[in-house]
Design a protein around this ligand. Sequence first.
Ligand SMILES: *Cc1c(COP(=O)(O)O)cnc(C)c1O
Length: 380
Amino acid sequence: MNLIKKDKEYVANTYNRQDVAFKYGKGSTLYDYNDNPYIDFTSGIGVNIFGFNDEGYKKAINDQLNCLQHTSNLYYTEPCATLAEQLCKRTNMKKVFFGNSGAEANEGALKAARKYSFDKYGADRYEVISLVDSFHGRTMATLTLTGQDKFHKYFNPFLDGVKYSLKTMEDIKNTVSEKTCAIIIEAIQGEAGVMPLDFDFVKELEYYCNEKDILLICDEVQAGNGRCGVLYSYMAYNINPDIVTTAKGLAGGLPIGAVLLGNKVENTFKYGDHGSTFGGNPISCSAANYVLSKINDELLSHVLECEKYIRSELEGFEISGMGLMLGISVPNNQEVLVKCKEQGLLVLTAGNKIRLLPPLNISFEELQKGISILKGVISE
Ligand SMILES: *Cc1c(COP(=O)(O)O)cnc(C)c1O
């Protein structure tokens, strides 16, 4: 196919794309150029949380497009202010900085944490601890934060002042020093294999961080925005982080990143300390306002019902995760992925698992169809 040839010739070869190009989508189903349907259990890696061609979503974006698409951050725009208000009110965080991606949100969190510590303790308290098996992004700083050795090749030198800890309090305490200013966690680690952190570990970590005035940063880029059956996955752990980052699903398919700043850090950033040309873009923010307004109790209980259905259909398999962020242990995940695609189902991998991140509003009919394909493939 011409399109695939052209892409291979001109687009940088950083992605191992599947051998298929999509033309359009409706609900949780994608169609290729021969109109073959594929049930989508990937939602563009946790992004299209209302699937494709959702009428309300399109209207929110179109209405804003008919007003203005961008002004720069030198002026006020309504969607940005409203989104920040919605995010704060629903999380008890105090202020929001907007960027355009998950990595950029984590960069912002890192800067906020270091500045908080600089203001209060001086220049030497700059270390950040991240957990093994974490994933925080692809920029130089967020690659450094990513606690997986395979990401720490080729691009030396990485950022100074980042340490890694195992997921135990004992190792955290051994890794923390008087230079530590923050600890960053994903309550549910996505990329390395959908691994929820232990509940008691997270509670103890929160207590320990509070005691030492070490900022606790929750990376909710993947697990947030309703994905796990709660608005943000840390809420299932009943903790109050100092900083929350999110992105992926927040604007349902448009680029956005957000750094939610709690009590301690709400006034850490002053004029000129941080910025982004596109951050707070009115189109993305309008999309996100629509998405957040639809992440309500009804949707969250749909997510949990879908999880229940998947777990009961796949009884006997080892399943990790929460809500519609699930990992399934299989002997050869790459083979499963390809076989599913051949039968009209798109899934993801993470570590050595199959990872499911379907749209949050997936219909039971699409869910049933997809799960029956998956079940067939992994039961072979
Ligand atoms: C995807 C992801 C990121 C990076 O987000 P980008 O938008 O690709 O920069 C960071 N953290 C987590 C937990 C992610 O899943």
